[in-house]
Design a protein around this ligand. Structure first.
Ligand code: TXA
Ligand code: MG
Length: 347
């Protein structure tokens, strides 16, 4: 398949002209797949009402069919067609955080969306992305857009168009390049089907922010306790992993440097995932900086690009620094733990 690549300067006034966005929207209307930028990561979009279209997403990504998709909308009117809002918390969260990196799992109305979107569940995950290109594309397509992250299943999510090209060129109809995404980790997924809201996946909106808006919020035990099954089907899969095995080290940079040297002695090339503050402490075969510890948002923004950049370095092992599990640090550690297959070294 020939993949069309469009470039859009997302700082312009997108409501006028921009034939690239119209062309991409037309492909969505014709039930083809198009990758586009959101404020979190690039998504791989398709018409959520068409089983034909949605099947192409699963096929292109190699995604297990029991893992449901997030439906992206451009305005809340669109939502009422296929989802029910029967909790006051859902209303408040939508008002406060949309457009933005928050996905709400709501009761689904029957017969509107393809059942492949929800993988047969009676709930649907919905979000309104905070990105001008995404919003304009969905508006012009005139349909709700199902979109998982635009990576091959299991790989780190794409935060730049070149990551999408690397994974999916020739497998999808088009890619809209709107520059690097801002948040860098995916949206927070919150179940809002009555009772206390439950975080099914930590992400761009923090637990602290959610609680400020609606009071107590729980975290699904299945995402922190390896022995429990997560509620969200997608959270059980290994994800975000670079080619070389990775371990998180809870310890100082000296501890990590010692580990690097130990592994190098065995003739292995070793990489380290670090931050501005500590990068100077390492002598490794590949040193990658994902941001500064002072501002964990920068670590989130740079994490996937850094993880991807280890590939092709022929490394035998990668050590990653550990981050505090507060604010967006919860999402960072959740993704790192998955990338590490839960290997943690207490140094
Ligand atoms: O930031 C994001 O959320 C990005 C951008 C493209 O919007 N999308 C994204 O989609 O991360 P994906 O498919 O990679 O992750 C969707 C997650 C999966 O863990 C899936 O299992 C969960 O949402 N999910 C979808 N529908 C669900 C439902 N009805 N109930 C529980 N979990 C659901
Ligand atoms: Mg994904």
């Amino acid at each position: 398949m020939n993949t069309t690549l469009w470039t859009v300067d997302s700082t312009g006034d997108l409501s006028t002209n921009y034939p690239q966005i119209t062309q991409a929207a037309q492909l969505l209307q014709h039930n083809e797949t198009v990758a586009f930028p959101t404020e979190t990561v690039y998504g791989l979009g398709a018409n959520a009402k068409s089983t034909d279209a949605v099947a192409k997403i699963y096929e292109a990504k190699g995604r297990p069919s029991d893992n449901p998709l997030i439906v992206h909308i451009a305005d809340t009117e669109q939502l009422k067609e296929f989802a029910k809002i029967d909790s006051a918390q859902a209303e408040t969260l939508m008002e406060q955080f949309w457009p933005g990196p928050l996905t709400l799992v709501l009761p689904c109305k029957e017969g509107v969306l393809s059942t492949r979107v929800t993988a047969g569940l009676d709930t649907v995950a919905v979000r309104m992305p905070d990105h001008p290109v995404a919003l304009e594309l969905i508006k012009r397509a005139g349909v709700p857009v199902a979109a998982p992250s635009a990576n091959i299943s299991g790989k780190p999510s794409p935060t730049k168009a070149e990551h999408v090209v690397h994974d999916l060129n020739g497998r999808i109809a088009g890619i809209v390049d709107g520059g690097p995404t801002g948040v860098g980790v995916e949206s927070t997924v919150v179940s809002c089907t009555g009772g206390i809201p439950v975080i099914l996946r930590p992400g761009g909106v923090t637990k602290e922010q959610l609680e400020q808006a609606v009071g107590p919020v729980m975290i699904d035990q299945g995402i922190t306790d390896e022995k429990k099954a997560p509620i969200s089907p997608g959270m059980k899969y290994t994800h975000y992993a670079p080619e070389a095995p990775l371990a998180i080290v809870k310890g100082s940079s000296e501890d990590i440097q010692r580990l690097i040297e130990q592994y190098q002695k065995d003739g292995m090339k070793v990489g380290v995932l670090t931050t501005e503050e500590r990068a100077g402490a390492y002598q490794a075969d590949a040193v990658r900086i994902c941001g500064t510890r002072d501002r964990l948002e920068t670590v989130a923004a740079g994490l996937y690009d850094a993880l991807r950049s280890f590939d092709g370095e022929d490394l035998g092992f990668i050590f990653a620094e550990s981050f505090p599990e507060e604010g967006v640090g919860r999402a960072i550690m959740n993704r790192l733990l998955k990338a590490a297959g839960h290997r943690v070294i207490e140094a």
